[in-house]
Structures are given as C-alpha cells and as structure tokens.
Design a protein around this ligand. Sequence first.
Ligand code: 5GP
Length: 187
Amino acid sequence: MSKGRLFVISGASGVGKSTVLNEVMAARSDLRFSVSATTRAPRPGEQDGVSYYFVTKAQFQEMIRQDAFVEYDAHMDNYYGTPKAQLEEKLKDGSVILDIEPNGAFAVRKTRPDAVLIFIAPPSLEELEKRLRSRGDTSQDQIQLRLDRAGWEMEQSKQYDYIVVNDQVQTCAQKILHIIAKSCDEE
Ligand code: 5GP
C-alpha cells in the first residue's frame, strides 16, 4: 500500500505533546502529520484542517457509516478518529506521525504491526495536574476527567514500544527523533 512508516505518539492531555511534536516535525521535514477528525470544539489558535478536522457528531457518524476511519474512539465526551483516505495518501510520500490515544494506537497496531508506538509520559501525575491548571482553558470538571484519563493512559503505556518522559521539551523531542531515525534505518 505504501512506503512510509507509521509512528503513533500518545500522551495525556497537558503533557506537552503538541509542543514536543512541533519540535519533532520542525526537525524532520520528511514526516507528515495525520490530521484527525473530532467533534470537540476548537481551542483558541486551533485551525480547521491543521490541528483537526472539526466536524459535527452527525458528520462523524456518517464517516463511521462509510467506513472512512482507520480507527476511532469516543473519549472525554467527544469522538476522535483517523481518516483513512488522508493517511493512505500521506503514507505514499513517506512516514507519518499520528497523535492518538491508546485505544486508537492498539487498533492501528492490529492493522499495521510495524507501527512504532511511542508514549510521552509526564514526570508525575502531580506535575500533569499543575500543567493542566496553568493552561487555563479547562474547567475543574474537565481537569478531573483528564487526570482520571491520564492515570488509565499511564497503565496502557506498558504496551508501547517506547516511553519517553517529558520533563524538558528539547530532550524529549531529541529522544523521539532518535527513535524515528533508528526505526527508519531498520527498514
Ligand atoms: P485533545 O482534545 O486534547 O486534542 O485530545 C484528546 C485526546 O484525543 C489525546 O489523547 C489525543 O491523542 C487523542 N486523539 C486525537 N486524535 C485522535 C484520533 O484520531 N483517534 C484517537 N483514537 N484518539 C485521538
């Protein structure tokens, strides 16, 4: 189907995953980013078609009906999914990074056993809570929901190929770049 490798990156909301991923993408212009579809509302600064495809619940359900997703999951009150067509298109050009949570990661691994699963962990759950609070765009209920979810994600991380702790963005990005370079060399 394609020549590229798939890198699945997961990490709890607030772990700093987007910042780390921006560093990684800036360092490797050959990598493509898989843009997911979601029913959640855009956060300030998020652009449709760049961060996510922002769709309605009805549109998302129609995509499910048309078998348009590689994987999808409902979590934190919203749907998130990886559109099949754009992923296949991007894989023709090279390797692709997916920013998805563990259920999606394991679903991808089933269809693409060669996918490399990387989990970005916070230094601790206390530190994660501090980061979520400082973000200021999330309500108390949402913070608790995200912390509960983070605990579950940390459990799932045991099944990943790599766990990288994000205590410093540059160091974390360098470690991920090293994993990507090594995995591409293995081909
Ligand atoms: P956020 O709402 O903070 O952008 O993302 C919440 C969670 O949804 C994150 O863990 C993110 O990795 C995950 N996510 C984003 N896109 C997808 C997707 O297409 N599929 C799945 N399974 N999870 C996704």
